[in-house]
Design a binder for this molecule. Structure first.
Ligand code: FCB
Length: 455
């Protein structure tokens, strides 16, 4: 694949809690993920991110590996409780020092830092005061953003406010399978609103502190399709798409919350406090602050079937359910066309100035063989097919500017613990040894030779 622009960025992504470890070192405060993972029964294998990949101590070695692969850019997140252990107020200089060292090491190796401010590790003290369902957390996020961007803003030129607010709100506050593990629909809607509001409120602060930088937000978007031509399946599709995609995209692009979903949520009694009672004057304007890019995390599509009517009344089902052969180890369907579809749709409907694939990747457990080599051909095929789908989107005019593989290295996969390996680098969690998998060698080769017409 030869991309149409010589400035296209090939990168890899991680997040703080998933790789850093050092959970209580150098003045770091407790995060909601520390608390959640330390609670028995929450994580599948009973493990925590206390040590994870020990990246906090091994970042120089990890940057050297990025350099070896030839990455143009690296997306990582900042642990808020490292910077402000109490959530607000006193700044922990040692926390800032770590990220300053990391940024400097990246730049010294010619790798552009893409910094995510919030990848789910809220300071626990702020959770104790209400967390994201509380409006005061918006102000706290803006304060935190101000501290970080004043410190790193001279060198970091790409900022992502939030990672996947759907996961932080719905998985964290409604389904309860992510921190803080609550199950309350109204809190989830309030949390989602405050995440979006804090994004918009942070944009001007970032611009003021980091001159000439570009700012965006990352959403997990899922192209959905009705399982049949039936009205019931179409309605299931409308609801799913609204819940995952439009509820976030619409307000970010100045359209307020989608009225069909507002009606659904009222009917389901998700807003006992009144219809959109958490939306205050000017909120929509704040949320829709013009941004430079949208980050898209793509992993799967969804085939939507109505559960409200008996199966025999809901025919024909013309989309085959994909079998295990096209699923990764985490049981997510491999469907590269969905990446094309979602990129094209977002471009056609919302017209972001620029797009990045800020995450895409696959969980395959291939381990080192007798020679210490990790032959993860399935990951290579996965990446090749998804890169091709992105290329097709660009040919149709989608202004895609870069692609970040999830993940740089195997890491703590949230509620799945260490049972899923998404990395292009193998990590031995006992010894902290790293091995470049075949996919990392393939990616290195791809960046060096095929991509950007660099040869
Ligand atoms: C995304 C998350 C990321 C990682 C991948 C597999 O939803 O942003 O941290 O867990 O899924």
């Amino acid at each position: 694949m030869v991309t149409s622009s010589k400035t296209f960025l090939w990168g890899a992504a991680t997040s703080s809690y998933q790789i850093e470890g050092a959970w209580n070192e150098d003045g770091k405060g407790e995060s909601i993920w520390d608390r959640y993972a330390h609670t028995p029964g929450r994580i599948k294998d009973g493990k925590t991110g206390d040590v994870a990949c020990d990246h906090y101590h091994r970042y120089q070695n990890d940057v050297a590996l990025m350099k070896q692969i030839g990455l143009d850019a690296y997306r990582f997140s900042i642990a808020w409780p490292r910077i402000l252990p109490e959530g607000r107020g006193a700044v922990n200089q040692r926390g800032l020092d770590f990220y300053n060292r990391l940024v400097d090491a990246l730049l010294a190796n010619g790798i552009q830092p893409f910094v995510t401010l919030y990848h789910w590790d809220l300071p626990q003290v702020l959770q104790d005061k209400g967390g994201w369902p509380a409006r005061a957390t918006v102000e706290a996020f803006v304060e935190y953003t101000d501290v970080v961007t004043r410190s790193l803003g001279d060198r970091v030129k790409n900022w992502i406010t939030h990672n996947e607010p759907w996961c932080a709100s719905v998985l964290g506050q409604l389904v309860g399978v992510h921190a803080p593990g609550a199950q309350d629909a109204e809190s989830a809607l309030c949390a989602a609103h405050h995440l979006l509001l804090s994004h918009g409120a942070a944009v001007p602060v970032i611009r003021a502190n980091s001159l000439g930088s570009e700012v965006g937000i990352t959403l997990n978007l899922i192209p959905a399709v009705p399982a049949s031509g039936s009205t019931a399946d179409y309605d299931a599709y409308r609801q799913y798409d609204g819940h995952i995609n439009r509820w976030f995209l619409d307000p970010l692009y100045g359209r307020d919350y989608p009225p069909d979903l507002v009606r659904d949520y009222m009917r389901k009694a998700y807003m006992p406090g009144g219809e959109l009672a958490f939306v205050k004057a000017d909120d929509y304007r704040t949320i829709a602050a013009p941004c430079d890019f949208l980050g898209v995390n793509y992993y799967m599509r969804e085939i939507c079937r109505s559960q409200d009517i008996p199966e025999e009344e809901n025919q024909p089902r013309d989309i085959p359910v994909p079998g295990p052969e096209v699923r990764t180890d985490i049981n997510w369907e491999v469907h590269p066309d969905g990446l094309f579809e979602i990129l094209y749709r977002v471009h056609a409907t919302y017209r972001p100035r620029k797009l990045y694939v800020t995450e895409n990747g696959s969980s395959y457990g291939d381990a080192p063989d007798a020679e210490g080599r990790v032959r993860d051909e399935r990951r290579i095929a996965y990446l090749r097919d998804h890169f091709a789908a992105a290329q097709r989107a660009m040919e149709q005019g989608v202004p895609l500017a870069g692609y970040f593989v999830w993940s740089l290295m195997d890491n703590f996969e949230w509620g799945e613990g260490f049972t899923q390996r998404f990395g292009i680098i193998w990590v031995d969690y006992e010894t902290q040894e790293r091995i470049l998998k075949d996919s990392a060698h393939w990616y290195a080769d791809f960046i060096r030779t095929t991509a950007n017409g660099r040869e």
